[in-house]
Design a protein around this ligand. Structure first.
Ligand SMILES: *[C@@H]1O[C@H](CO)[C@@H](O)[C@H](O)[C@H]1NC(C)=O
Ligand SMILES: *[C@@H]1O[C@H](CO)[C@@H](O)[C@H](O)[C@H]1NC(C)=O
Length: 209
């Protein structure tokens, strides 16, 4: 008798679940709710648990090859291994990429937001593909294209030149060692320049070549 009532209860539970299955034209929310398939990933919440909008980022990511994710329309690889600028340069090459070129303010904003989400605030520096060309004093170029990196806002961290009048500027420190560009964790991930080996805890952001 005991067993029979347990089985009956299970059948009732099964029936309740299947009664809630959605039709072929419907999308099943994670909570069992059914909504029209046309309402999925349209930027508006239709499931009360928002599950119609939460997997859309993953769908975008699937357009990039393995190891890469879509950030603002570019396929990026955000590495966790740390090393020198050169090691990270070859790290990107190994996976069919190059060090990222951050040449657009909107892209910079999106990238920094992704890095902040993935690395609980600012815990890591990230090398990017900027370097000082031989013979040029205070200019930096992108390694991939050889084009000059824009100075000042919104890319570069504020640097106090140390003058008594308080001379702050958004540009790399003038130093012979500051050869390579990275997103500086101590400066809210704005650009800084450092020597190839001296920047600690630095990983890399690669983009698909
Ligand atoms: C990346 O996502 C955007 C939408 O944010 C989409 O328009 C684009 O096609 C995607 N690109 C790739 C390569 O996955
Ligand atoms: C990019 O960096 C590598 C490694 O330092 C170097 O061999 C290559 O010449 C650089 N590319 C350009 C365009 O400067």
């Amino acid at each position: 008798m005991e067993i029979l009532s347990t089985v009956l209860l299970m059948l009732v539970a099964l029936k309740t679940t299947s009664a809630q299955a959605c039709s072929a034209e419907d999308f099943a929310c994670s909570n069992g709710q059914c909504i029209s398939i046309t309402n999925v990933c349209d930027g508006v919440q239709h499931c009360s648990d928002n599950s119609d909008e939460t997997r859309c980022a993953q769908i975008d990511m699937e357009e990039c090859p393995p190891l890469y994710t879509n950030v603002s329309g570019r396929c990026l690889h955000i590495d966790i291994v740390t090393g020198t600028w050169f090691e990270m340069h070859y790290r990107c090459r190994e996976i069919g990429g190059v060090m990222v070129e951050v040449d657009d303010a909107n892209f910079f904003y999106d990238l920094v937001n992704v890095l902040k989400q993935q690395f609980a605030s600012n815990t890591k520096n990230f090398w990017i593909g900027g370097q000082k060309p031989a013979g040029l004093e205070s200019s930096y170029v992108w390694n991939t294209t050889g084009t000059f990196i824009a100075m000042g806002s919104p890319f570069w961290a504020v640097y106090d030149s140390g003058s008594s009048t308080g001379d702050y500027s958004q540009e790399p420190m003038e130093s012979a060692e500051a050869q390579y560009v990275y997103l500086n964790k101590d400066r809210f991930l704005y650009f800084s320049a450092g020597d190839a080996v001296g920047v600690a805890d630095a990983s890399v952001v690669c983009q698909l070549a």
